[in-house]
Design a binder for this molecule. Sequence first.
Ligand code: ZN
Ligand code: ZN
Length: 343
Amino acid sequence: MILDYAGRRFRLAATLEGVDALLVTNPVNVRYLTGLDSSNAAVLVRADGSATLATDSRYIEMTKGLDLEVVEDPDVTGRLAAAGAGIEAGHMTVATFNRLGEGLVPTEQVVERLRMVKDEEEIELLRRACAISDQAFADISGNIRPGVTEREVARVLEARMVELGADKPAFDSIVASGENGAIPHHSPGTRELRAGDLVTLDFGALYQGYHADMTRTVALGPPAGWQREIYDLVAAAQLAGRQALAPGASVRDVDTAARSVVADAGYGEHFRHGLGHGVGLEIHEEPFLGPSRTGRLKDRVPITVEPGVYLPGRGGVRIEDTLVTREGGPELLTMTTKELLVL
Ligand code: ZN
Ligand code: ZN
């Protein structure tokens, strides 16, 4: 996959205001702008689009073939800092800021705003990450059965994603069975799955740096009335949220489209987290869908839609897809059925 790093740096340069250059130190942003994936690098992007990358000797070999000037220095930030440059206030420590002295200008979210809209090459990587996730879920669904622990299910799911080509899991998988399903971010433990459980699996593959994110809730054996009721409710809310995804839509309105379905059914107090989040080089990135969020969606923004209903002491349901906003309707990247699977 050929990624246009120089084009990204020129687009960044065109957005700079009030600074001569931007000193980028967030490793994810350095990767986005140069292709170098490291734990110690910085890149200075000047207003004319030219750029210099600094990294230490461990990573120099990986910079061969990159399309910009490279300097070797373990003090990557000190080497590139220059009066009049913007710095990433969300990443630089106070200690570093104090050491480098006067003349640096704090900025926020400059590269993050650029990263929000993906190019088609990035979307293709996300499509592959999601395809691996779908396939892994299909391949291990036979392992979701009574007597198996949550941890064992998580382990086989994560191993299968890697066998199918994932770099690694995109995040620590959630497997929440029975009453644990009422905890939105439950860590898989030693509870054994039982007939009559709802089981929520929230997982995704990391593929060439891009994060898939999906959730399905399955039933072990025929669902009880309350289980079917909240499943159908969450599925309806998730559909309403997906249908509201459009370039130009406000992130708050998309959240409301799904949340109102849950609230109208009397379950509003059992759905307290935001509806979704952007995905890309990070598992959670701009934009965020929520009742107190502001801003509007653009075209080509990968984002999740993940409502849930959580009943303390009983169980829960969450359904999550990764999609991409498009003119003419969102593109669905996670294809696994949203019919209730009874295993
Ligand atoms: Zn998720
Ligand atoms: Zn998510």
